[in-house]
Design a protein around this ligand. Sequence first.
Ligand SMILES: Nc1ncnc2c1ncn2[C@@H]1O[C@H](COP(=O)(O)OP(=O)(O)OP(=O)(O)O)[C@@H](O)[C@H]1O
Ligand SMILES: [Mg+2]
Length: 229
Amino acid sequence: MAEKKPDNNIVLENVHLNLNTSAGRINILRGISLKIKSGESVAVIGPSGGGKTTLIMAIAGLEKISSGSLRVAGVETSELGEDDLAMLRRKNFGIVFQDFHLIPTMTALENVAIPLELAGASSDVAFSVSRNQLKSVGLGHRFDHYPSQLSGGEQQRVAIARAYASKPGILLADEPTGNLDGETGMKIMDLLFELHKDNETTMVLISHDNELADRCGRTITLADGKIKE
Ligand SMILES: Nc1ncnc2c1ncn2[C@@H]1O[C@H](COP(=O)(O)OP(=O)(O)OP(=O)(O)O)[C@@H](O)[C@H]1O
Ligand SMILES: [Mg+2]
């Protein structure tokens, strides 16, 4: 059956993001215009403090933009309320945070399955999908371990399993190998690119690692809140 190809484009037009802090107003994103097409893989690089994490958080709707337009999957997300944003995130996004963000009181399996249930899956489906997902990242023997009982690389793999469990159209990853040793990092990267290919996911990847950036279709350099050509 012919299926309409989903719109997983990310389109930013002149996006500014300012924060008011005790030290005054700071401009973190300063006029970002950017189009990332469905299925593309894009590396975001640039110096520390340049705004990379903030950009990803804005795309995910976790940080509110101050002005400009931000469309994800055809929706102007800057106009959505918290509930709609949370639903959009659960349905369209997989997010791999640099420091994993696993829930410490839940097992590996629950960490993957609970978000699926929140997105509307039945418990049976959520847990069976999650078992398969954890097996596919090599953690079939770690279902019942809590995050504190897992190595850094294993925690990152749980985070990736969770991010991909809902088959998101868009994957955002913030230095997904930043905390890992070289060999584990390489395996995690192979896994991410494999999933990206298999699922035709739009992937935005922050990295300090040139080798990694080279594997993406395109690289964007962000410095001082702006895109540098
Ligand atoms: N909540 C906040 N309050 C004040 N300043 C902030 C806040 N969040 C971010 N910033 C500032 O915004 C700038 C961009 O931060 P961001 O985390 O996006 O950088 P980054 O490019 O991801 O850096 P790194 O490579 O070190 O992770 C930094 O100068 C940071 O100090
Ligand atoms: Mg960062």
